[in-house]
Design a protein around this ligand. Structure first.
Ligand code: ADP
Ligand code: ZN
Ligand code: ZN
Length: 800
């Protein structure tokens, strides 16, 4: 008798454990861990994942309920990923089901209609063949379960495949492909016997190119119509088949194949230990600290090459905003169709296609954002995380995982190296490297010894004192004009975070606030409306101040739109491209704008954070940062670190090629060490200074942090519950641990819910997870009945 342990698809405390079900006799040798099933659960039927299949002799267990339905005949989660799911559950205190869901593409998570598609009719079992009849696609739900076993065998043999029909999916693209039927030595003989010249040509074509070819391409190549092809298909001399084409989002782009560069001495030194670990199938985590342009990406490419030569697979993570066509091109250029790309701009259907290529082992390299770390490879040879300092590697929803931790966990499992690369590593990573937990690789030379761009800092307070009220300093203004005259390009960077365009009354100082959140409303010029970025509340711009009725109510702050207008006024001849959330929300818009700029169709690229990374345009010789310090004043202990990283990244955008680069940084706090040290690209000095401050204030990497946020519609309840949690923590934690709170969160109300928090700082607190799990369970009833929410974030990257 066999029993399946199932995690059901209900994210709640009560159901967050395995439930056992009897496996019906007829499915006993079919059911495997990692498959999804439907099970009876009280009066309901629920989806779930099988996490284990057990043999049992215990007759009592015959009373167990039986599995209702099999949703898969091959597992969607490997043994490794199941294990990883449990580990995530434990590490982040999420529900096991949420951990499993996080690893799968949307198409597989939801109850999409599932189909079986014919792939290779030769390998199919006779009775399955009969199910298809003359069709090449059949619905899963039409198949009687008595055929499941044969279906599985045919799947295993590669004869058929399971496909999820995704709702948003554009019609599955198919194309007609023509196959040669005759043996090569037969072609000439048979062709000679044909009367029609066109038919002869066709066969001769296959003699030279003995491989399948899309009908369309064939017609173009030979300049012929359908007719001769159809005739030969009828005669049985050619074979025609409908083949699914993947919706490859990059199909329009032709990638020129590139060859590995001979490495420089510095690159050779850095890659040696990586190659040795790949060879010996050994896990180590490397921190590759290298200035922009030092050739890190080339090392990634050559390490992956070595992994592929061993027949293994590679995961390459890049931050979402760096996943530009230029970035993808470097990987597709080197590894061609062996590369799958996963990023959030893909539709559910496209994502699923890419995931399926991985599962079917049709690709060996995945390039993608955070969640690509879960790529279902079974033979991993390397995991690389570029720009490891990027905060987007941490997921802000449950499960609150960091891709770096997952990568290292998988690296240990597979016995393969993990590389973290950055020009500005996080303090945590650099501290670990200093303590030899990570192996440090340093790359300090830029390729071709390009000089780092010269950086000038402008004190905006001085400008104001001298009567310049413009958002452009005299220096930056002159330099932009100079670039326009020389036909060179400029990138202008507006650091918008914490600095939106709010509306304020000039008479009484009243600032328009969201009625549901403690945050000021943002002015959107396009439709003259005010919008809350937390809850989407919208209202029209008032004509008079709600507090004092004055009509002098105006908007403040510097949005990209406002800068654009100012540019148009100062440099009427300049062609400007603006990149921000408004101009890039449409799919593909981001790429289009960048391509346009790259082709020289604009003089100035103006944008927010999203243009700080990865751009590489030879004609850009000036980078201007309009306000360097807006981020310095955020209530976040990483404010200086983030400012340093950002300024360094932005500066790296200039002078990457033959033309020398210049950078102008405008700031109101020129004396701040993160501004000064970023100018000189003195990471080591910045690290020293910042470490000192972190030690002083007991922040990471000296202490671990855990943030507990309580939210509730009533203020009193919110405070009361946070107080109780704080006192529970004080009781249970060791005396060295620092527990701060309760305090109101920096954004104290969102969507009509009050938010309070408690910060735990500790060096060693082995009991902490246990205590927090207990707190979660303690408030379980209140969470369902009273709309209480408690969120627990280990090593938070956002303190809001
Ligand atoms: P990083 O990733 O550190 O910013 P890249 O790998 O992008 O640096 O290298 C910067 C430039 O130098 C790229 O244009 C790259 O093609 C080129 N490059 C890298 N390695 C070599 C090499 N060994 N020889 C010649 N050019 C190289
Ligand atoms: Zn007013
Ligand atoms: Zn709001």
């Amino acid at each position: 008798m066999k029993v399946a342990s199932v995690i059901v698809d209900v994210p709640a405390r009560q159901t967050d454990r395995p439930f056992d079900y009897l496996i019906p006799k007829r499915w006993e040798d079919l059911v495997q861990a990692g498959m999804r099933v439907v099970v009876p659960f009280g009066p309901r039927k629920l989806q779930g994942f099988i996490i284990a299949v057990k043999d049992t002799m215990d007759v009592e267990r015959e009373k167990l309920k039986e599995l209702n339905e099999l949703l898969d005949v091959t597992p969607v989660l490997t043994e490794e990923l199941l294990g990883l799911g449990f580990w995530l559950t434990d590490e982040t205190l999420c529900f096991t089901i949420s951990a499993f869901q996080a690893m799968l593409p949307t198409a597989v998570k939801a109850t999409y209609n599932k189909q079986l598609v014919l792939r290779n009719p030769e390998e199919i079992e006779e009775n399955v063949r009969a199910l298809f009849g003359s069709r090449d696609t059949i619905d899963w739900k039409d198949i009687d379960e008595k055929w499941y076993r044969s279906v599985r065998n045919s799947i295993a043999a590669g004869a058929i495949e399971v496909v999820y029909e995704v709702k948003d999916r554009v019609q599955k693209k198919k194309q007609r492909v023509i196959y040669p039927v005759l043996l090569q030595e037969e072609i000439e003989q048979i062709a000679a016997g044909l009367k029609s010249q066109k038919q002869q040509d066709l066969l001769y074509y296959f003699l030279e190119n003995y491989e399948p070819i899309p009908l369309k391409t064939l017609k173009e190549e030979l300049q012929i119509t359908d007719a001769p092809i159809k005739t030969l298909v009828k005669k049985g001399l050619l074979y025609e088949k409908y083949v699914e084409v993947y919706r490859d989002p990059y199909e329009d782009t032709r990638f020129k194949r590139t060859k590995p560069f001979p490495l420089t001495e510095e690159q050779k030194t850095s890659i040696a230990p990586i190659l040795s670990d790949i060879e010996q199938e050994q896990h180590r985590t490397f921190l590759m600290y290298g200035v922009t342009g030092s050739g890190k990406t080339e090392i990634y490419l050559q390490s992956i090459e070595a992994v592929l030569q061993k027949g293994k697979e590679a995961i390459m993570l890049v931050p979402e905003i760096s996943l530009t066509p230029q970035m993808v091109e470097r990987f597709k250029g080197r590894f061609g169709s062996q590369v799958a790309v996963l990023h959030s701009a893909l539709s559910a259907g496209e994502k699923y296609d890419e995931w399926r290529k991985i599962q079917r082992k049709e690709v060996k390299v995945v390039v993608g954002a955070r969640s690509a770390v879960f790529a279902p490879f079974e033979n991993l040879g390397i995991i690389i995380i570029d720009e490891e300092h990027e905060s987007s590697y941490k997921q802000e929803d449950n499960p609150r995982y960091h891709a770096r931790d997952v990568a290292i966990h998988r690296g240990e499992y597979h016995g393969c190296p993990v590389i973290l690369g950055s020009a500005t590593p996080t303090l945590e990573s650099f501290a670990r490297a200093s303590k030899h937990v990570y192996h440090l690789l340093t790359m300090s030379k830029r390729m071709n010894d390009q000089a780092l761009p010269t950086v000038e800092i402008v004190d905006m307070r001085e400008e104001l004192r001298e009567g310049n009220r413009s958002m452009f300093s005299k220096l930056l203004h002159e330099k932009i004009q100079d670039r326009l005259d020389k036909n060179e390009q400029t990138v202008l960077f507006l650091n918008r975070r914490g600095h939106s365009s709010f509306v304020m009354c000039r008479d009484c100082g009243y600032v328009m606030q969201c009625p549901h959140c403690d945050i000021s409303l943002t002015y959107h010029r396009m439709n003259q409306r005010l919008k809350c970025h937390y809850c989407n509340h919208e209202e029209p711009l008032p004509s008079a101040c709600p507090a004092c009725s004055s009509s002098y109510i105006r908007f403040f702050g510097t949005g990209t739109q406002k800068v654009e207008e100012e540019l148009a006024r100062l440099f009427p001849e300049a062609r400007v491209i603006r990149m921000d959330v408004d101009t890039t929300s449409r799919k593909g818009a981001h790429e289009k704008l960048l391509t346009k700029f790259g082709e020289g169709k604009a003089d100035i690229l103006l944008g927010t954070q999203m243009i700080a990374k990865g751009l590489d345009f030879p004609n850009v010789t000036l980078v201007g940062v309009l306000t360097a310090d807006t981020m310095l004043h955020l209530p976040d202990f990483r404010a200086s670190e983030k400012t340093y990283q950002l300024l360094t990244q932005v500066s790296g955008r200039a002078g990457r090629h033959k033309l020398p680069g210049e950078v102008v940084i405008q700031t109101y706090t020129p004396e701040h060490y993160s501004v000064q040290l970023a100018r000189e690209q003195q990471y080591a000095a910045f690290f020293e200074h910042e470490m000192h401050i972190r030690k002083l204030h007991q922040y990471p990497p000296y202490y671990y942090l855990t943030l507990v946020t309580v939210s509730h519609p009533e203020l009193l309840q919110t405070v009361h519950i946070t107080e109780k949690i704080v006192s529970m923590l004080r009781q249970k934690c060791s005396p060295q641990t620092i527990i701060l709170g309760p305090v109101a969160s920096p954004i104290a109300r969102v969507k009509d819910r009050y938010r309070y928090q408690c910060m735990i700082k500790y060096k060693r607190e082995p009991n902490l997870k246990h205590v927090l799990r207990f707190i979660n369970e303690h408030y379980q009833a209140a969470m369902t009945k009273e709309q209480l929410q408690i969120s627990i974030d280990f090593n938070p990257t956002m303190l809001m």
